[in-house]
Design a protein. Sequence first.
Length: 270
Amino acid sequence: MIFNSPHEVVAYLNKLIHLNVAVSLLDLNKILDFNSIVVDTTQLVEGVDGEVVLKSIEKDEDAKIKIILYAPSWIKMLPSLYHDNLFLQRFLFGFQTADLKHQNIINTIEEQFSPSNTNFIDWLSTWVGIRFAAEVNDRAKRRILHNIVRLYKIRGTKAYFIELIGYLTGVDVRIEDKNTIEVLHGSLIRRNNADGSPFFLILIDEKLSSDENEEQEILQMIHDIVDAEKPINVTFRVQYPFGKTQVQARQSSVVDMHYENYNDYDNFRD
């Protein structure tokens, strides 16, 4: 069942609770998944039945979803000899409540393999052969991993550099290729420019920041991105008309994309 908003989902579930309809954990998860609702807090209250059912659900002022579940104590898994031991029952329920956090992680383990939801973004990036520098923010990492397959296919092209710079810095750039094309034979061409070496120009048409230090950091980052990813025989220059373009030729790179470390099927074969 799909609703128009999280508020409608909460209202519907509360109505079922009010009518004494038992909402099992399995049914609850289906309703929440179908409506793309993420539960922020889950609590357990000891119940007497053998099934985990919904006790209450609410949405706070920060739009966070909190649910409370009736759950049978782990003592029910022991021989009936122990079922009347109230101390053991509550003792085990304490561990059961502490274990809930890990159970929630296990139940949603697939989210850890999605760039949008994973809590281990740097670990996930190693699956596709990427290493990010410390200055790359979390949002940029997730955007790149979302588009990594397509980026690898266009690596080294104008579109690749424009997208990569946009993801990492949020800056829109233009690239002018200063090469001239010489047709050698049929579809065989050669790119030349005045001094004989391939060259392209990166143009920035907007002021990056009113803060001079931040402006310089972004310029340096753009330079480092291109310097790390460009073909080795190609030279380039960043043209920024709003201030001094003072960038250093340094070894550190913002992002290292090692295609040979991409964990595809072929890399696992002998």
